[in-house]
Design a protein around this ligand. Sequence first.
Ligand SMILES: [Fe+2]
Length: 439
Amino acid sequence: MTHYDARGLALSTDQAAVAAYGQALDLFNSLRLDPVAVLQPALEQDPDFIAGHQMMAGFMLSAIDAQLLPAARASLAAAAASRRRPDERERSFQAALQAWADGDMGGANRLLDRHLVDHPRDLFALQLTHMADLVLGQSSMLRDRIGRARSQWSADDVGYGYVLGMHAFGLEECNEYGRAEALGQEALARNPQDTWAVHAVAHVYEMQGRTAEGIRWLTTETSLWQQDNALAVHNHWHLALQHLRNDDHASALALYDRVVAPGPAAMALDLVDASALLWRLGLRGVDVAARWRVLAPRWRDQAAWGWSVFNDVHAMLALVGAGEPASIETGRRAMAAVPDSAPAPWWKQAQTLCDAVMAFGEGRYGHCAQLLLPLLPVAHGFGGSQAQRSLIFLTATEAARRAGDEALWQALTGEARARVTAAAGHRPRLRPKPRLEAA
Ligand SMILES: [Fe+2]
């Protein structure tokens, strides 16, 4: 009973389960809800469907939320318990997913490296690895892994548009903005449901400082991502960033209250966006203390200290914002206890980053800037996108301003102007230096 998916991958199950697998994959590719609900009945119908259980495990792992690790491990155990013999592709994928579920995302990523060399048309594995590359801060692989696989695809293949959308995002993260925008648009012309392609183009506008286009893009030019989509909060976060570029704090706050503030079902990724937006508003002097006090308990309940550097630092932002010394201490101790042998090498830097965040919260701005300056050249290890990591740079800049460190503030604001100028492809213009005003 071997059947094949739309790209020719062998799936050992019945025809109905193959159809469910394909439908769940298409939902996952476009980040629409709810692929789990589509796949689950197929697994109940055929409990020996190895690739189906692996897909379910991948759904759980892709959320980057430690609360879902037990479910991921249960799915992998179900795959291992199948009465069918796994083929080479299934064995290879199982090993990688197991490493990820055991806490070694870096090791999983290396196994997926080879898996995708041997199976470049395994679209689920390709997207999952793309997400791992993002979390691990592997910018060049966001581009090159997709480029490597793309040569084994043809434009007529089912799902090829999603490959283009991922390539667009990878190109954007590698500062190739023109190609990224063109590929993102091409992906969307093929499939308007491709939320990742919408997101890739939104990143282009953000990095090039094209504020009006960015707002139009996420309000009037695209809309399918706004409902029932796992990226709805994050793309609204991008829209809020464009409002902040316009110094339109009211619109950013309204978006926070309407969409970004976590609802009951919010997962860690949503809490990350909430922390990141409130922190940026706070850097701009907007009073968000009441919102921090609502957000912090969510992190207290959902933080899984020591599993994700990126999540832990965003949890710390909320705890510092809300002024919760006991919870801050819990987090600090848990992060300090992560062994040096842990797969994500950025734990030590993350502790420094947390110390800097605490210093900022306590008004020790000079110390904050001093801690952050050496982190700027190695910030990619924090993971996430360039736009997300710029939080570190923005904090250093504002700390320098509030500390009255004119030289550092001039240096960092000059760096930021030069970066946007270069990204936009403009020739640099000589402008009079702005003066630092007393905080
Ligand atoms: Fe993003």
